[in-house]
Design a protein around this ligand. Structure first.
Ligand code: ZN
Length: 286
């Protein structure tokens, strides 16, 4: 009998300790939420169409307007050169325009000189399209590396915003190891969640609201909570890809649209603040 009572007490203890770690809605209070949109041609390098630019961007702009979201669009330089109209429509709505390099190619596979060229060309193309020099950057395919941090810092960028396998919270990288904390002036703002594309087989079927809540509760020890959501304009449109890639595009269209709008409906009821990457940089650094 004593053993049974002890067992019940242990289970009760575990339930109480466990439930105290469950998600508490008050934790969302004051969270900074960043919607970041990698603005490129459709599903690179598999497709090269412009449906995301023609249909996805206007859709995102109207959804963001409806919910009072100021977002950051990280744009490829070749998009800026070929479709300056798209960049102007984004910028006129008050969103930040950052860089996603010039071509959509892996930067860490390049020489330092080629990488530098990608950064400089995209900076110029974006500045030509909207008249403002970008200060936020995300490497295509999250292909960041040490050399990139140095190049971006030299070119006057404030933030590099690729995903990070180790860090989920903003940090200043070390010049010799961009994955660990150091003294560089550039700030890394890793993306917390990229819904459909980045981990297609595992995150498909996962509700974005749950992903958001997980991202908040993983920062229980942080005074300032930050959730960075990564999107692509082509994810909003149902697109076809060759069979080998079908798992990557199965979440495009209605699935993404419904998840995005239900997340925004949910956030409308919470006390969160939408900021651009540049705004977050100033909040943390000034
Ligand atoms: Zn991309």
């Amino acid at each position: 009998m004593k053993k049974v009572i002890a067992l019940v007490l242990i289970i009760l203890f575990l339930v109480i300790v466990g439930s105290s770690e469950l998600f508490n809605k008050n934790d969302i209070n004051g969270t900074y939420v960043l919607f970041t949109v990698d603005t490129e041609f459709d599903f690179p390098p598999v497709l090269n169409t412009e449906r995301g630019l023609d249909e996805g961007v206007p859709l995102l702009l109207s959804i963001f307007e409806e919910h009072g979201v100021k977002a950051t669009f990280l744009v490829n330089g070749d998009v800026a050169d070929k479709r300056p109209d798209v960049l102007k429509s984004i910028y006129q709505k008050g969103h930040e325009v950052g860089s996603h390099s010039y071509h959509h190619k892996s930067l860490k596979a390049m020489t330092k000189y080629e990488m530098e060229n990608e950064v400089i060309l995209s900076t110029k193309a974006i500045e030509k399209a909207i008249g403002v020099r970008p200060v936020s950057f995300r490497a295509p395919g999250h292909s960041a590396c040490n050399d990139l941090m140095v190049i971006l810092q030299n070119e006057g960028y404030h933030v590099e915003a690729s995903a990070d396998k180790i860090n989920f919270y903003p940090y200043h990288p070390d010049e010799n190891n961009w994955n660990s904390e150091g003294n560089m002036s550039i700030l890394r703002v890793p993306v917390s969640h990229t819904p459909a594309y980045f981990y297609p087989p595992t995150t498909y079927n996962r509700k974005w609201v749950d992903c958001f809540n997980n991202a908040v509760s993983s920062q229980a020890d942080k005074e300032i909570k930050i959730v960075v959501i990564g999107l692509h304009p082509w994810e909003l449109i149902e697109i076809d890809a060759p069979e080998d890639y079908s798992s990557y595009v199965r979440a495009t269209g209605n699935y993404t649209l419904e998840n995005l709008t239900s997340l925004l409906d949910y956030l409308d009821e919470q006390n969160v603040t939408y900021v651009t990457i540049e705004e977050l940089y100033h909040i943390l650094e000034d």
